[in-house]
Design a protein around this ligand. Sequence first.
Ligand SMILES: Cc1cc2nc3c(=O)[nH]c(=O)nc-3n(C[C@H](O)[C@H](O)[C@H](O)COP(=O)(O)OP(=O)(O)OC[C@H]3O[C@@H](n4cnc5c(N)ncnc54)[C@H](O)[C@@H]3O)c2cc1C
Length: 747
Amino acid sequence: MPATRELVLVGGGHSHVQVLKSFGMKPVDGCRLTLVARDVETPYSGMLPGFIAGHYGHDACHIDVMKLAGFAGARLIHVEAVGIDRVARTVLLRDRPPLRYDLLSLDIGSTPRAHDVPGAAEYATAVKPVDRLAGRWSALVERVSASDRPLDLVVVGGGAAGVELALSIDHRFRGERFRPRVALVTRGRMLAGHTDRVRAAFQRVVRGRGVTVHEDAEVVRVEPDAVICADGRRVRFDEALWAVQAGAAPWLRDTGLHLDDKGFVAVDATLRSVNDSRIFAVGDVASVLPYPREKAGVFAVRQGPPLTANLRRALAGEALQPFKPQTNFLKLITTGDEYAVASRGKLSAEGRWVWRLKDWIDRRFMEKFQNVPAMASGMAPAPAGEMRCAGCGAKVPAGLLQRVLERLKPEGLDSTDDAAVLKPPADGRLMVQTVDFFRAFTSDPYLFGRIAANHALGDIYAMGAEPQTALAIACVPPAGAGIVEDDLFQMLRGGLDVLEEAGARLVGGHSAEGPEHALGFTITGAVAADRILRKGGLKAGDELVLTKPLGTGALLAAAMRGEAKARWIVAALASMRQSSENAARCLSEHGATACTDVTGFGLIGHLMEMARASRVDIRIDPGLIPALAGAEEMLAAGVRSSLHPGNAEIGHCVGGDVPDLLFDPQTAGGLLAGIPGLSLSGEGEAPATGMSQASACVEALRALGYGHAAVIGIAEPMAGAEPMIRLGNIPTVQAVTVTQVPCGTEA
Ligand SMILES: Cc1cc2nc3c(=O)[nH]c(=O)nc-3n(C[C@H](O)[C@H](O)[C@H](O)COP(=O)(O)OP(=O)(O)OC[C@H]3O[C@@H](n4cnc5c(N)ncnc54)[C@H](O)[C@@H]3O)c2cc1C
């Protein structure tokens, strides 16, 4: 069945990961699932104290929602939601167009309330979002190790989370030369909601460990180096962690949804908003009116199955079922040193066995989300079974296209004519033209549009030209009209945003139904004749500068096989999104003699093109070539893009041991340019003193945000009858050791 309804999950919290798993195992016909997630790795809160204490590594306690979304056949939109337009039925997203929904579910958690205490937001680190805490934590670990005195670490908030955190921090730094002093500051009593026995157990532990506890100490102000309490107490800190009661996302107030008095979404026992039947909310962000409970991950976990069942019922138009959460639940509170206290109602117990029980429960929960079978993580597959026309019968309907164009409002597009009318540049510059087109490799149509346009612009920048106009060609699979319209809009909006930033006008295009999402652009640019950069301008002695790291091909292949870590893909996508406009300007300012963009044929393929066109040999130093995180690991594990073997066919032109990374095809890769460098009088010339022009160029590129830019090689006079690529150290870096293999005939 073509997708006709859209279920959008906002937030990859503890309930939504279960919805994704369930939909992956049993999809709903005709429903397209989308996850909007600010973070692609959801920390499992139960294991967070263990992570802080050093018992778990990062991957052990984070759920990779990118993989999970792939398994569920869901689109992943990696961005923060900042509002809901309930009339238009769209989720508002940060820095990009809204996303439509038919049914929406919120599982976005909470943040400790900081706005009512001056200075808290500025000077203390909130322990939620927990993913942000994890990032801050590594910085804190480094700070403690580098310190030449014991630091003062203060945790504000004496609930279970605050106490576990204080004790876990203390445990983590036990072996340090200057062990930090840990203090806990809390408004009432520590672990106020627990029995005297549980509290006594923790009083004993904190005393034994030397953690100072300030009870009845309501923090009213936070200064850069101290928390100030209502009774005038001042507790000094080097780092403060804020673990007080949960607060809700402020934007919920503008949605018109009924909220409780603390700003959380009011839902009934079916987990559905009390005033909008299309919206569900679970976890910390929800306030279940008939069953008020504290904010705890355990409730978010328990709500997963009833939420899944009710979303399925809502999609099928069936009556929803209420869910009654337990009144009491077993709390397993750790002391940081593989010891824990169990508390349930009036009952309690403690010991190492309690920690082992908690560890077993937590790992069992996590196992459900780790090692999910790999699924292609592209956009929604085309529906099978239905006859679809080809030829012009596969065009998207005119009315739908018109609506999309009205929403896009591209400046300079006159859609009434058959072809765009272009004027050659009046200033005598020449026109350059290029075309690029490819299938979607991400389920996020807006991001795909941005990268497709960026990729196409790369050719223009490589020629030293300025983009002027563009024609788009877009393919979308058949689906419900609303879904096709939104997909087309999102893809073109992404492309158009990039084109507009680049100063290019979209002047026409063509759109059609196809088996999968695909997008391409024909771009026209202008360049003065004496500023054109070609592949053939390299001179012996020019140093080769690469502006972006390699590895997108292997990483996208790994993502499709479910083997890439989400954070690797996030970094790869960020690299693909980065425009080469500033890089091109910088290369030109540093006297670039030749340039190309590194794309499908991999670095070696493009180097070979330059060598042949310039009639020079090129020596590159594999040790200097920047790689995206995870790319070399994946290549070493045998994960390659399907184009890789074709690219590797020219390996014999280079010789022996060419690292696989050099054959990896790049999407929206960096620019590769020759910059005048050392004048080579002979093999193995001594390093130049001072900074070469290419090194200055690399510094400038890094300052412009191309953090991996590097000098990777040098052009040399041709040693034989044909140009060749050699691998070896380059003279600016070390003495020369060269593997020299003559290049054969054309590959
Ligand atoms: C140190 C610490 C220890 C804790 N230990 C425990 C424990 O042992 N047991 C327990 O039951 N509870 C514990 N808690 C409480 C627990 O963390 C929360 O109750 C739980 O995380 C709530 O789950 P959730 O699914 O509502 O939201 P979360 O787990 O916070 O997930 C929300 C997700 O939504 C995403 N998101 C947020 N805003 C947006 C947005 N605008 N757009 C898109 N995505 C968004 C976030 O990236 C996140 O992935 C602990 C809390 C802390 C701070």
